[in-house]
Design a protein around this ligand. Structure first.
Ligand code: ADP
Length: 427
């Protein structure tokens, strides 16, 4: 194993794994920290669900992942965070980065969520989503991690014990040597973590090259793009053109949407506008204890022989706020996640073999319910979202390969669901 990645949520893990596969690195994603040894792969991504748990728990689980990856021989560690830097003032990006640096005896790291292909760029330490500052984007109304400050130096400084500084775009533009010199100057000033500007893939390649010797990188998936070529240059890795191949599958197809992001709401709207089969989950009915999952599965069973189905809880921000005010955000979120997870299991039991899931936390809950412990990473549907193949499912689930596309809520254009179902090349 060359690269060991610790990802703070499931879709984030798949996102970075997709980036590595695309650049020719054979990559396996494991769900949680396995008991056994690390699988044989160039890169291993440990998918945790630590983005929104209490900071102490996130630290504990991240350190367990680090220990397991080190036992597997990892040469460099990557803490994968969201490209919109999703976190609360209490963490968890700062506390986890601090703990990983302590454990790796790392005196410096960069933090760079930029993912230019998906419109996430960092300029003068400020994160942009498309043309908007993070704090003006849909992220300001996220159900679990509302982001109201786009200045990442400030955001991370609130969370970290270490001094946070800035590695600015004009230095990055001068190439790896200038970045290395700037890092030395920042270190001399007592800075231990630098938010790194990046607005293009070239910037990310420069950063990767300049930071090749750092034991830890804290980043979105974008920075991973440049790593495989660097490892190949060093003779650590033979790039594999078939790194993305999956086994063929057949069976029904379904989309589960548990994200209330602008992108997912638009995708749900596009699906429904085309009169395709859709079932909407009402969180108030869940709170009343009504058998919503059973009703959704009965409905899906009738549709599936003819068409792919969508089952969604997504709602626009104003409606979501009303539901959260009534039911509490955490308990409404948990009810919806549990319901979608139960439905996912029911769908697979009814022969669904291609499942698209929208929402990071939602994907985590679905994967857990399906008993998936390991994913092989296939070709990308859009930047950051690959088809994957479940390497192991719960023992009582049917056998043919199960393909999963796990999408962070905000990813993909309005036709993403249809694009995903058409893109599964083996179906
Ligand atoms: P994203 O990737 O957009 O952040 P997530 O799945 O991570 O999406 O988070 C969305 C959260 O919102 C989940 O906990 C989900 O259960 C919750 N949720 C989804 N729909 C509703 C709804 N209608 N009412 C309340 N909570 C909801």
């Amino acid at each position: 194993m060359i690269l060991g990645v610790i990802a703070d949520d499931f879709t984030g893990a798949t996102d970075v794994a997709s980036m590595l596969v695309r650049a020719g690195m054979r990559t396996v994603q494991v769900i949680g920290v396995p008991d056994g040894p690390a699988p044989a792969a160039d890169a291993v991504v440990v998918a945790l669900k630590t983005r929104t748990v209490p900071a102490a728990e996130a630290v504990r689980e991240s350190l367990a992942a680090l220990h397991w990856l080190r036992t597997g021989g990892m040469r460099q560690c990557y803490f994968k965070v969201c490209s919109t830097f999703d976190s609360t003032p209490a963490g968890n990006i700062g506390p986890v980065t601090d703990a990983l640096m302590d454990a790796l005896v790392a005196t410096f790291t960069i933090a760079c969520p930029a993912f230019p292909e998906n419109g996430r760029t960092v300029f003068r330490g400020h994160l942009f989503v498309g043309d908007e500052l993070l704090s003006d984007s849909g992220m300001r109304a996220h159900p679990l991690t509302p982001m109201t400050d786009a200045n990442l130096v400030r955001v991370l400084q609130v969370q970290s014990r270490r001094r946070v500084g800035l590695l600015r775009y004009d230095t990055v533009a001068q190439g790896p040597t200038a970045v290395r010199e700037r890092i030395a100057a920042l270190r001399a000033d007592g800075v231990a973590i630098a938010i790194a500007d990046a607005t293009t893939n070239d910037d990310l390649r420069t950063l990767a090259a300049a930071c090749a010797e750092l034991p830890l990188l804290t980043a979105g998936s974008g920075l991973a793009l440049g790593l495989p070529a660097l490892y190949a240059e060093r003779g650590w890795l033979a790039l594999d053109a078939r790194a993305a191949a999956l086994d063929p599958t057949s069976g029904g197809a379904a989309v589960l949407a548990g994200s209330c992001s602008l992108a997912t709401n638009a995708q749900v709207a596009r699906w429904r506008a085309a009169d395709r089969p859709a079932f909407v989950i009402d969180p108030r009915a869940l709170a009343r204890g009504e058998p919503v999952a059973a009703a959704a599965l009965r409905w899906a069973e009738a549709q599936l022989p003819r068409a792919a189905v969508l089952i969604c809880a997504s709602m626009p921000a104003a409606e979501l706020q009303a539901v959260q005010a009534e039911l509490g955000s955490a308990s409404a979120g948990a009810l919806v996640e549990a319901c979608l997870a139960r439905i996912a299991r029911g769908l697979v039991e009814r022969g669904v073999r291609r499942l698209v899931v929208a929402g990071g936390e939602t994907s985590g809950a679905v994967v857990q319910a399906l008993g998936v412990t390991q994913l092989r990473i296939g070709a990308a549907i859009c930047p950051g979202v690959p088809w994957t193949q479940a390497e192991s499912t719960a023992p009582d689930l049917p056998l043919p390969p199960l393909h999963l596309a796990l999408k962070s809520g905000n990813f993909g254009g309005p036709d993403f669901f249809d694009e995903a179902l058409r893109a599964d090349p083996t179906a």
